[in-house]
Design a binder for this molecule. Structure first.
Ligand SMILES: O=C(O)CCC(=O)C(=O)O
Ligand SMILES: [Mn+2]
Length: 209
């Protein structure tokens, strides 16, 4: 794990506090970045309008299924999961700016970002971990939430313990250490009326072994 302190709650250069929401076997630091001089709604609107969002078709268990959200990818290299191949593309300036914020908050470096657009409560991401070979062992992943508040959950693979969070606009979730090995996570569908939510997960892709 790169430069992430082990204390469960630390102060981050006086700007905001972060706390590990996982009880063991990994780190998922929740950082409330809502107090800064950031205009998160404008940034969300800009991303919604300018990012080339697509509904990808996943190839899972011999079936083709549209992914229940819109996605986009920017990074130095292609990114493949569930039979979906995102082509390498340069980060737009606004995403580069967000990457700098992610790097200063987490102390890690990122060369790519996966974006998710949840149009309504019917959009979701199912239980998974971000454990593709290209991410290496113990990846640090910085996830930013914008727009509507949505529930996010972690579930331990063997103990089955579940941690539930409500991710609000301006929340960062920094996953690190053995989190991807021991825990799966999801953003479930909801029947509540919720507006658009955008999520960015900054990652560092390394050579696949
Ligand atoms: O939208 C979120 O908060 C999580 C997204 C996610 O887990 C992913 O893109 O891998
Ligand atoms: Mn994920």
């Amino acid at each position: 794990m790169q430069s992430m302190p082990e204390s469960s709650s630390i102060d981050l250069s006086g700007e905001c506090t972060k706390r590990n929401v996982l009880p063991y076997d990994g780190y998922a630091y929740l950082i409330d970045d809502t107090e800064g001089a950031f205009t998160w709604p404008q940034i969300a609107a800009c991303l919604a309008e300018t990012v080339p969002w697509r509904v990808e078709i996943a190839h899972l268990f011999g079936r083709k299924m549209p992914v229940p959200r819109m996605t986009a990818w920017f990074g130095d290299a292609d990114y493949t999961y569930s039979g979906i191949r995102h082509r390498a593309a340069a980060l737009p300036p606004i995403v580069q700016w967000l990457r700098e914020r992610a790097e200063s908050l987490s102390g890690a470096a990122y060369n790519s970002v996966l974006l998710n657009l949840y149009r309504t409560g019917a959009d979701s991401v199912g239980w998974h971990s971000d454990n593709e070979a290209g991410l290496g062992d113990c990846p640090t992943i910085a996830s930013l939430s914008l727009g509507a508040t949505r529930r996010s959950q972690f579930r331990h693979r063997t103990a089955k313990e579940t941690v539930t969070l409500e991710l609000r606009e301006g929340h960062w979730l920094i996953m690190a250490g053995e989190t991807q090995r021991f825990w799966v996570h999801q953003v479930p569908k909801t029947t509540a009326t919720v507006g658009r939510r955008i999520n960015l997960t900054f990652r560092r892709m390394i050579e696949a072994r």
